[in-house]
Design a protein. Structure first.
Ligand SMILES: [Zn+2]
Length: 287
């Protein structure tokens, strides 16, 4: 058993370890995260902006996209992903509303037997993706910051769209709308925090980071080529509070950067976790 697993925090809600990934997210194309209302340019579909007019890359959007990336990759790591839909995935997980309703009484009984039994129950009834991102009965281990804007074209563009008929997949005559996009080459800094991560959590997050580093997409109209991005300048740091030296450093550091220990090469760190997980899965298949 590795430290990651030993200090995963079963039976204890306290902080045992924190792993932080910092990165720059660079958009290769124009992108839009919709505000759900008219844009300031009077276009039909605005983008989210801060009070100063600058585009916003919300942590909730990043987390949602990271979740769907992990869902898509879970199978390759032999991990479960409920997709929040038991019918579709065939995976039992408390995040499926219908499934949770059926087992709620069972959960209540387990909870009455104490914390250990409650956490074991949650562990047994939560898919591997929801262990990372959270479920109705447990907060997730992963947090994603909002993007901090570092570079952008300082202007929002407006593009024309046509309304497509759902059945015929053809344009409906005369029905046009326009929508805002943020031009290409905008760049944000972001960080991802993972608390009390075990090796499976790290393998899953690592696989998602490799994909985002190679290139992915986020936001609206990605099927029209919007929202292509990649990560760069990824850095990895961690504090393990079972180590007294690290614990003292964490508790006494006056600046955020000094609280965690830089782990160096993120690729080899995560590749090792991914290899372990794949080897574990291959071993299980042979049994
Ligand atoms: Zn789930």
């Amino acid at each position: 058993m590795t430290n990651d697993t030993a200090y995963a925090g079963r039976g204890d809600f306290g902080l045992h370890s924190r792993t932080r990934v910092t990165a720059a997210l660079v958009f290769e194309t124009a992108w839009r995260i919709g505000s759900g209302r008219e844009g300031e340019t009077m276009s039909d579909l605005g983008v989210v902006r801060d009070p100063g007019g600058q585009p916003v890359l919300p942590g909730s959007s990043l987390k949602g996209r990271l979740r769907s990336t992990c869902e898509a990759l879970a199978y390759a790591l032999d991990l479960d992903a409920c997709m929040l839909d038991r019918e579709a995935s065939g995976v039992d997980c408390v995040s499926d509303v219908g499934y949770y309703r059926n087992v709620r009484e069972d959960y209540r009984k387990a909870s009455q037997q104490g914390l250990e039994s409650r956490l074991q129950w949650i562990d047994d009834h939560t898919c591997d993706v929801c262990k990372l991102f959270g479920s109705p009965v447990q907060a997730g281990r992963l947090r994603v910051s909002d993007g901090t804007l570092r570079e952008w074209a300082a202007v929002v563009q407006v593009r024309d769209g046509v309304v497509i008929d759902r059945d015929s997949h053809t344009a409906v005559d005369g029905l046009k709308y326009d929508y805002e996009v943020v031009p290409p080459s905008s760049r944000f800094d972001l960080h991802i925090d993972l608390e009390n991560a075990d090796d499976q959590n790290l393998a899953l997050l690592g696989a998602a980071l490799f994909e985002w580093h190679a290139g992915s997409s986020i936001g609206g109209f990605t099927s029209r080529g919007l929202g292509r991005f990649h990560l760069k300048d990824i850095e990895l740091s961690r504090v393990d509070l079972s180590d007294p030296t690290q614990r003292v450093r964490f508790l006494t550091a006056t600046c955020a950067d000094q609280r965690l220990v830089n782990l160096g090469d993120w690729e080899s760190y995560f590749a090792k976790r991914i290899e372990q997980q794949v080897a574990l899965a291959a071993g299980a298949e042979e049994d």
